[in-house]
Write a protein that binds this ligand. Structure first.
Ligand code: SF4
Length: 400
């Protein structure tokens, strides 16, 4: 990331952190936090059972379910559905980023219309990558955003937030009218009820999930037991991600759109989708579970990213694809392999532990990173400079 981007990102994170701090320590938030820790620990300890239950209830509710072992299977599953489309609409999804969905569809001549404002701006800028799980354009200054949007839309857009919003919105709405397939992520999936919960502030998920076909991408770690539990999870995520008690919208999808208003005869595809396909993606999560599964407790709030000292100087170069920061680095060894984990910044971490303090789930990312380093060093994957320092100390007692 450029220096100006790092500065803009840190300024955005500063505003976000001030807003978050006001409600993070309230008794209500702490009570919710305790509750969600129990929910997530139960979910991860019973993931296999929840997965089987979830598949069954989602299907019983009329949704199609595909279990994808890895990125390739997930991408193929999406492609099989969208291969005849020129353009598909998409909302923000870290799982889509993880499997490289937009890049894959682009190479297969299917254009992806990002509908989240931040994601659309980043999509317009070939040199940019998202810098925060919830605020992907946090690293861009308003003047740069206006320049990028003006160039892309071939019109003069003022460096003023309302002008930028109006221009991007008009363009997205015009294109959305031509899309028949919408792709969203999932913030939580309720296995017992067979329902998917998503949260958003812009209203775009509501639009995207009303197209003829709705594809939902979810890591298997998103499973919890009930809709009530899912709502608690997304509420805590919202508090830690945005500093707001509730998001503008919480959507619960438990079937395709349907009606029984004519003699109780069930018909699909009233105003919403005729078809809902849930793609549950493993992609290394089972392996992470065998390793202890602590990283799978994550609810994706980005709190660790917005406070990490390494991230504050390196930005999104510290992380793996859309899984930003230390947690993403750790997870990458299971999604890909240990050399990718090394390249994602395993040895950049200062092990300060601020991520653990800031994490609502108390995930000890610094310890996970340290243990992974030990494992990799034993396998001969280590930092050359570190080895030089170690050898110097052994030989002369000095690191230099
Ligand atoms: S590791 Fe914790 S702080 Fe970081 S995104 Fe996940 S839940 Fe939030």
């Amino acid at each position: 990331m450029k220096e100006s981007e790092i500065k803009a990102m840190n300024r955005s994170f500063g505003i976000l952190n001030e807003r978050r701090i006001k409600i993070m320590d309230t008794p209500q938030t702490q009570e919710l936090r305790e509750k969600v820790i129990k929910i997530r620990e139960h979910s991860i300890s019973n993931l296999g059972e929840l997965l089987q239950k979830g598949i069954k209830t989602l299907e019983t509710n009329g949704m199609e379910v595909i279990l994808a072992e890895n990125s390739e299977e997930a991408l193929q599953a999406v492609y099989d559905i969208v291969k005849d489309e020129k353009m598909v609409a998409k909302s923000k999804s870290n799982t889509a980023g993880e499997i490289g969905l937009s890049e894959f569809l682009k190479t297969h001549d299917v254009e992806v219309l990002e509908t989240d404002l931040g994601d659309r701006i980043v999509q317009f800028d070939p040199e940019s990558r998202p810098s925060h799980p919830i605020g992907p354009a946090s690293h861009l200054r308003m003047v740069d955003i206006a320049r990028i949007v003006s160039r892309e839309l071939e019109m003069e857009v003022e460096p003023e937030p309302r002008s930028i919003l109006n221009s991007v919105k008009a363009d997205v709405l015009e294109k959305l009218g031509k899309c028949r397939v919408g792709i969203t992520g999932a913030n939580s999936v309720a296995a017992e009820d067979g329902a998917v919960v998503t949260v958003h502030n812009e209203g775009n998920i509501s639009l995207v999930s009303m197209l003829d076909t709705h594809i939902i991408l979810a890591g298997i770690d998103k499973l919890v037991e009930t809709v009530e539990e899912a709502v608690s999870v997304v509420k805590l995520e919202t508090i830690y991600a945005t500093g707001k008690r509730v998001p503008a919208y919480m959507n619960v999808v438990s079937s395709p759109s349907k009606t029984a208003d004519i003699e109780q005869i069930h018909l699909r595809g009233m105003y919403g989708p005729n078809r809902v396909v849930v793609i549950l993606i493993d992609n290394g999560r089972s392996e992470a579970l065998e390793d202890g599964g602590e990283c799978l407790l994550c609810i994706g709030c980005g709190s660790c990213v917005a406070t990490c000292p390494v991230y504050s100087v390196m930005g999104n170069e510290f992380g793996y694809r859309r899984h930003l920061g230390g947690k993403g680095v750790f997870l990458s060894q299971f999604i890909e392999d240990e050399s990718v984990c090394y390249d994602s910044g395993l040895f950049y971490c200062t092990l300060c532990g601020l991520c653990t303090v800031e994490c609502p789930l108390g995930i000890e990312t610094n310890h996970l990173m340290e243990n992974t380093r030990k494992k990799l060093v034993k396998k001969g994957i280590s930092n050359v400079k570190h080895c030089e320092i170690k050898d110097n100390i052994k030989k002369t007692g000095s690191p230099f």
